[in-house]
Design a protein around this ligand. Structure first.
Ligand code: SAM
Length: 304
């Protein structure tokens, strides 16, 4: 450990630079040696929430007196001016968000851009991020992934966002909060089909860390099986669309007239032959469409 500490202290930490420092996403032991070192020697720490970061530094044994600059979503521009003033005077300034890597679904981008535009160096200090941590444990093939952050809050906008991403030849990664996890999983199942595979990474690096892997239909059952499954912080990783997959709109155009003329299993069979899609996915969509059609008929009957 002493050798590692010495190695961290031997690093170049130029003055007059902004250090963008990743902090733990739940497990304080995930702080890097470089992060600890710069947080120890920084002349000022700019933070998304100064109280939260003061607590973190206290846990890390770095709670000496220092200058703090609040720099959050609503004041990033003004805070950047204060940071630049300090950098111009030769200070080392560290920036930390509430957890993980700044600039990833967190403030930091405007600060970085302003500091660079003012001619000062920006030095990233890599470390935890929930998106990379979840992907490392997802186990899906392929190098491409699309990180979409949080889904929109309204039902229509959420479905539209998912449908836009559906055809991408890349794993899809979303962040989600406990009060919206059920709605988001339902929207993913509605837009992508019950058989698309998902990994739900819950409470990563924390005591109750849990990683669920299965289809979207199985994820629905998993969520309902235990109230604790809906608690905490989530990353959702969806496997890339299988080759040759169409989106639901294409499939619907094919299935609707078939379902109007044929029994469900026959309509599924014909749709599979025409589209080349897997039977499971087509059957699930046919079932969903038949449900909608039944609802429509019931609505029509109610209106009579
Ligand atoms: N900057 C952070 C990063 O690098 O991951 C993300 C900040 S964003 C405001 C917070 C969201 O990240 C949470 O709502 C959750 O979706 C995800 N997240 C953060 N920590 C997590 C954890 N320990 N386990 C699962 N998801 C986490």
């Amino acid at each position: 450990m002493l050798a590692l500490d010495a190695a961290a202290r031997a690093q170049q930490m130029p003055a007059g630079a902004l250090y963008v420092v990743a902090t733990p996403i739940g497990n304080v032991a995930d702080s890097s040696l470089r992060a600890l070192h710069i947080l120890d020697i920084a002349d000022a720490v700019a933070a998304e929430d100064t109280r939260n970061s003061q607590q973190l530094l206290a846990r890390l044994g770095l709670d000496r007196r220092r200058d703090w600059i609040a720099c959050h979503q609503h004041n990033e521009r003004e805070a950047a001016a204060r940071v630049i003033e300090r950098l111009a005077a030769g200070a080392r300034v560290a920036y930390v968000s509430d957890a993980g890597t700044p600039g990833i679904s967190d403030p930091g981008a405007r600060l970085v851009a302003a500091v660079r535009a003012a001619g000062h160096r920006v030095i990233p200090m890599p470390g935890p991020s929930a998106v990379a941590t979840a992907l490392s444990a997802a186990g899906f093939d392929g190098t491409a992934f699309h990180f979409a952050g949080f889904l929109p809050t309204s039902r229509e906008a959420r479905l539209k966002a998912i449908r836009t991403l559906a055809p991408l030849d890349a794993s899809l990664v979303f962040y989600e909060a406990p009060h919206r996890i059920a709605d988001s999983l339902a929207a993913l199942e509605e837009a992508l089909g019950a058989t698309r595979r998902i990994v739900i990474a819950r409470e990563l690096t924390k005591l109750h860390e849990q990683i669920f892997a299965g289809t979207l239909a199985e994820a629905r059952d998993w969520l309902g099986a235990d109230a604790n499954h809906a608690r905490g912080e989530f990353v959702l990783v969806i496997e890339a669309a299988p080759p040759g997959a169409t989106d639901d709109a294409d499939l619907d155009r094919l299935l609707k007239p078939l379902l109007a003329a044929l029994p469900l299993s026959r309509a599924t069979k014909v749709a599979c032959e025409i589209s080349g899609l897997h039977r499971k996915a087509v059957y699930a969509r046919a079932l969903a469409l038949r449900g909608t059609a039944d609802d429509d008929q019931a609505d029509a009957a109610d209106g009579d």
